[in-house]
Design a protein around this ligand. Structure first.
Ligand code: 5AD
Ligand code: SF4
Length: 429
């Protein structure tokens, strides 16, 4: 979601006359769009901004350092305590005003703090101003905020309550992006299954999927994130039926232990979750499923952790994103003792990652010698002879081919696999 906000902000800044530069070293203004979901990301922002501060003391060209996004919202004025050299602190609700704020600060009327006390969701009217450099795939926020209050999660406190954007606005944005050449759209929301519930008019997320799917020339439609308590058969059916909707489901479980799930306020049990996975697999037997897991949540015992390992072995995810628990401001869990030692969190993290790597490697082997449709995204960072693209199921495929393929969907035959990548051959026919 922060990445999406950055896309919008880049577009806004360019339209207001600011010029993007290639490197941080040549910038007059540096803004960090910080995520507050985990402490680790925040520490990185604080560290990098601290390095810049040293440059700012010596280099007159560096005029503004700012922290924006939900990290700014989570800590508000308190950020000045830790980073008194900041010129701008701005929550996600106010990103549309950033060009104005920057002009004020440049005119000597800074620093500026713009955070909302009531955490209203942002005014989402101006999305079409987004950065025009985005060429192949794009995100669209369909709703903001969250009503779930999982005990560990800061999102409801920094992004406010669930507020859906009107479907007409989303469809207009999607249509505009597709006309510009975008081939893949990912719909974003903290809990997409709740989309439109706040309209109280019977419109649902599945209706939205159907309407976006109907945009001609759109090739692929994805969405994140689904909450297991709300992901229902109707949604899996819609995924299965609609041609652009990809066979890819991100369904965060967070923990395999019922006791921990209860303490996390997730409102489902391990068995409820596994039943949903069964339904999803019935509709998409060839689909990919990924998840999020937190290790080291307060009171997580060895037995709780084993339950999580068992779920991984049972579901055989394509990808599992594993996070070490960190207490977040305002949350219910932050009032509990953070009593799993850091060393144990590290160990559990490693055990899960190793297990998942083996599972991913095995899962990927089933693609050997198969032909897959790959949306080509560009040249590989590691080798500029190799193209990189993604399958509908989100697998990364690397193969040799000409530049003209970028932005196209091509058929690639897989000849090698590892845990994270498929290696393929493409031949001109
Ligand atoms: N500590 C660690 N991980 C967290 N996540 C959310 N809050 C925390 C926290 N306090 C993880 C969850 C969520 C993902 C986006 O980040 O797994 O699904
Ligand atoms: Fe956070 Fe839970 Fe909402 Fe996801 S569903 S954003 S984890 S509160």
């Amino acid at each position: 979601m922060n990445e999406y906000d950055s896309e919008i902000l880049r577009g806004l800044l360019i339209k207001s006359g600011f010029v993007p530069v290639e490197s941080e070293e040549s910038a007059n203004i540096v803004l960090f769009n910080g995520c507050s979901v985990r402490e680790h990301a925040e520490r990185r922002v604080i560290g990098r901004a601290g390095m810049l501060r040293k440059r700012k003391e010596k280099d007159e060209r560096l005029k503004i350092i700012g922290v924006i996004g939900c990290m700014a919202q989570a800590h508000k004025e308190k950020l000045f305590g830790e980073m008194p050299y900041l010129d701008l602190i701005c929550g996600p609700q106010h990103i549309y005003k950033i060009p104005e704020y920057l002009s004020e600060i440049l005119a000597g009327r800074g620093p500026i703090v713009a955070v909302d006390e009531d955490k209203r969701p942002a005014d989402r009217e101006n999305h079409l101003l987004r950065d025009e450099n985005i060429k192949i795939k794009a995100y669209i926020t369909i709703m903001e905020g969250c009503n779930n209050f999982c005990s560990y999660c800061v999102v409801p406190y920094v992004r406010g309550r669930e507020t859906s954007r009107p479907p007409e606005m989303i469809l207009k944005e999607a249509d505009d992006l597709v006309k510009r050449g975008i081939r893949e759209i990912t719909l974003l929301g903290q809990n997409v299954n709740s989309y439109a519930k706040d309209f109280n008019n019977g419109y649902t997320f599945s209706n939205l999927l159907k309407e976006v799917d109907a945009i001609s020339d759109l090739k692929r439609l994805k969405f994140v994130t689904s909450h297991p308590k709300d992901a229902d058969e109707q949604m899996f059916k819609a995924m299965f039926k609609l041609p652009t909707v990809c066979e890819f489901l991100h369904l965060p479980i967070q923990s395999g232990s019922d006791e921990i799930l209860k303490s996390m306020n997730r409102k489902y049990t391990r068995d409820d979750y596994l039943r949903k996975i069964d339904i999803a697999r019935r509709y998409m037997p060839e689909g990919a499923i990924s998840t999020d897991i937190i290790v080291g949540y307060p009171n997580e015992s060895d037995d709780d952790f084993k339950e999580t390992l068992n779920v991984l072995k049972q579901v055989k995810y394509d990808t599992a994103y594993v996070f070490k628990y960190s207490p977040r401001p305002h949350t219910a869990a932050s009032k509990m003792e953070d009593n799993v030692p850091q060393k144990v969190k590290e160990e559990r993290n490693q055990i899960l990652l190793n297990l998942q790597r083996d599972i991913s490697r095995k899962n990927n082997e089933k693609y050997l010698n198969k032909k897959l449709g790959v949306l080509v995204e560009g040249f590989s960072d590691k080798c500029d002879k190799l193209l990189v693209g993604k399958t509908r199921t989100g697998k990364t495929v690397v193969f040799e081919g000409p530049q003209v393929l970028i932005g196209k969907i091509v058929e690639v035959r897989v000849h090698g696999t590892n845990a994270s990548t498929l290696l393929g051959n493409w031949k001109k026919i």
